[in-house]
Design a protein around this ligand. Structure first.
Ligand code: PMP
Length: 398
C-alpha cells in the first residue's frame, strides 16, 4: 500500500481541458475562443513594444539578482498605487495604502484571502453568479465558506442588479464581497457608475468588506474609466482590497505580475496591515520574482515607455471593440434575426453570447470553434481572418 494509493484523480480545469482538446483537433479551420488570452489581428500572442524596450534597458545595464524585499520592488508597488488609485490620491499620499507585489492577479487574491482569514476567520465570501472559475476555489481553499450574489440575468441579457443589491443588503456585517472592478469575467457585463454608487453605499452601511478584482484595467473604456469604481470606494472613505493583474494589460501572462493593495483608515493601520501581508508572503513563497515586475515598473515609471504602453493597450481595447461590432453586424447580415447588439455593449475580453450548452458543444464538435459550455466566448481571439468562419458556424447551430 503506497502513500498515494487512495489519492483520487482531480477533475481537469475545464478551460485548460478545452485547450488540450483544441490542440489535438485536426480541423484546419479550428478557432480557440475558450481561453482568456488576447490575440492580435494575426492570431498571435502580442509581445508589447514597451516591454521589449524595457527589457533592452535592463539588458544594457544588467544587475545581479539578489532576493527582493518580501513586498517586492518598491518602485513597482508605488507604480501600482499610482495606476490603481492615482498617485495624488489622498489615500496614497497619506500612506494609507498597503501594496505588495504578487504572483499575478491570482497571487494578489490569495494573499488577500489568507490575510482576511486571519482578520475575520468566520466571515463568509460572496462572489458573483457566475464568476471567474478560480474565485470560489481560491477562497474555499483559504478556508472560507463561499456563496454567491445574483449577477447575470440570462433572460434580460444583462445584470440582475436588484437581485445583486438585495443579496448584499441581506449579508451579515463582515461578509467579504468579491467584485469585478471592470470587464466582468465571464459575462462581459459591468454595472454602471450609478449602480456602483449603490453598491458602495450598501457595503458601507452594512459594514461589508469589498474586494475588487482588477484583472482587465484598460480593456473596457480606458485606464482611468476602468478604475472609476476604485475612486468611488476611495471617496466613500472605507477600507477595501484591490487585486491587480498585468497579465493581460502588458501581455505578460507567463511572468506572473500582479499586486494586492489594501486601503486602510490611517497610515499606522496600513503599516500594521503591510506587516501581516508580509508574513503571509514569507510563509508561502518568501519573496517575489524580479523580472516581470521590473519590466512593468520601468514602463510605468518612464514617460516615453508609458506613452507607448498606453497606446498599445488602447490598440488592444479598440481592436476588441471592433471585433464585437463586426461579429454583431456579420451575424445580422447572415440573416440572424434575434437582437445580438448586447455583444457590442459588453466590456473586456469576454462575451456571454447567449448560446446554449448544446450549441457550444456543436460549435466545437462540428466546426472546431471552441468556446466554454456556458456560452462564454473570448472576443479578443477573433480577427478578420477567422471571423467569417466563426459567424457561419454560429449561424448553423442557431
Ligand atoms: N481575476 C480574473 C477575473 C481573471 O479573469 C484572471 C485571469 N484570467 C485573474 C484574476 C488572474 O490573473 P493572473 O493570470 O494575473 O493570475
Amino acid at each position: 500500500m503506497s502513500l498515494f494509493s487512495s489519492i483520487e484523480m482531480a477533475p481537469r480545469d475545464p478551460i485548460l481541458g478545452l485547450n488540450e482538446q483544441f490542440a489535438t483537433d485536426p480541423n484546419p479551420a479550428k478557432v480557440n475562443l475558450g481561453v482568456g488570452v488576447y490575440f492580435d489581428e494575426d492570431g498571435k500572442l502580442p509581445l508589447l513594444k514597451c516591454v521589449v524596450a524595457a527589457e533592452r534597458l535592463m539588458f544594457e545595464a544588467p544587475k545581479a539578482r539578489g532576493y527582493l524585499p518580501i513586498d517586492g520592488i518598491a518602485a513597482y508597488d508605488k507604480a501600482v498605487q499610482g495606476l490603481v488609485f492615482g498617485a495624488d490620491s489622498a489615500a496614497v499620499s497619506g500612506a494609507r495604502v498597503a501594496t505588495v507585489q504578487a504572483i499575478g492577479g491570482t497571487g494578489g487574491l490569495k494573499i488577500g484571502a489568507d490575510f482576511l482569514k486571519r482578520v475575520n476567520p468566520s466571515a463568509k465570501v460572496l462572489i458573483s453568479d457566475p464568476s471567474w472559475e478560480n474565485h470560489r476555489a481560491l477562497f474555499t481553499n483559504a478556508g472560507f465558506e463561499v456563496d454567491s450574489y445574483p449577477y447575470y440575468d440570462a433572460d434580460a441579457k444583462g445584470i440582475n442588479f436588484a437581485g445583486m443589491l438585495a443579496a448584499l443588503e441581506a449579508a451579515p456585517a463582515g461578509t467579504i464581497v468579491l467584485l469585478h472592478a471592470c470587464c466582468h469575467n465571464p459575462t462581459g457585463y459591468d454595472i454602471t457608475p450609478a449602480q456602483w454608487q449603490q453598491v458602495v453605499a450598501v457595503i458601507r452601511q452594512r459594514d461589508l468588506v469589498a474586494f475588487l478584482d482588477m484583472a482587465y484595467q484598460g480593456f473596457g473604456d480606458g485606464i482611468a474609466e476602468d478604475g472609476a469604481a476604485v475612486q468611488q470606494f476611495l471617496a466613500a472613505g472605507i477600507d477595501f482590497f484591490v487585486s491587480t493583474s498585468f497579465s493581460k494589460s502588458f501581455s505578460l501572462y507567463g511572468e506572473r505580475v500582479g499586486a494586492l493593495s489594501v486601503v486602510c483608515e490611517s497610515k499606522d493601520e496600513a503599516a500594521r496591515v503591510l506587516s501581516q501581508l508580509k508574513i503571509v508572503i514569507r510563509t508561502n513563497y518568501s519573496n517575489p520574482p524580479i523580472h516581470g515586475a521590473q519590466v512593468v515598473a520601468s514602463v510605468l515609471g518612464t514617460p516615453e515607455l508609458r506613452a507607448m504602453w498606453e497606446s498599445e493597450l488602447a490598440g488592444m481595447r479598440v481592436r476588441i471593440k471592433e471585433m464585437r461590432v463586426a461579429l454583431v453586424d456579420k451575424l445580422k447580415a447572415a440573416g440572424v434575426e434575434r437582437d445580438l447588439s448586447f455583444i457590442s455593449r459588453q466590456k473586456g475580453m469576454f462575451s456571454y453570447s447567449g448560446l446554449t450548452k448544446e450549441q457550444m458543444v456543436r460549435l466545437r464538435n462540428e466546426f472546431g470553434v471552441y468556446g466554454v459550455d456556458s456560452g462564454r466566448i473570448c472576443v479578443a481571439a477573433l480577427n478578420n481572418k477567422n471571423l467569417d468562419y466563426v459567424v457561419s458556424s454560429i449561424v448553423k447551430v442557431l
